[in-house]
Design a protein around this ligand. Structure first.
Ligand SMILES: [Zn+2]
Length: 111
């Protein structure tokens, strides 16, 4: 590959450029890529993330909470796994939507 700073050719596995010393990004955790690709991520966290995303459609809301909790337990057991943000996102959105729908279905019809 070529250095993004000086443009000289460097080893593909080089962590820093041998010519200018700039970091190449190799071996660095890429937060954006990790957010998009389920690499080393807890499967439950992925499920919780997507269920949370679709929680406004009602049915996935309680499932997002359940999978979020499973994800946190999974991540805590396997410390190499990622996805805590997604798990918390799933629980938060799922819980909010569950409460909103519970309110709509249990309380609103009385009016
Ligand atoms: Zn360079």
């Amino acid at each position: 590959m070529f250095c993004r700073e000086c443009g000289k050719e460097i080893n593909n596995k080089a962590v820093v450029c041998v010519h200018c010393g700039v970091r190449t990004g190799v071996g660095e955790p890429d937060a954006v890529m990790r957010m998009l690709l389920p690499v080393g991520r807890s499967g439950y966290a992925i499920a919780a993330g997507y269920l949370g995303l679709f929680s406004p459609l009602l049915i996935p809301a309680p499932l997002a909470v359940i999978f979020g909790i499973l994800a946190i337990r999974d991540i805590k057991k396997n410390t190499h796994k990622h996805g805590m943000v997604r798990a918390i996102f799933g629980i938060t959105i799922g819980a909010i939507c569950t409460v909103l729908y519970a309110y709509a279905f249990l309380i609103a019809p009385k009016f």
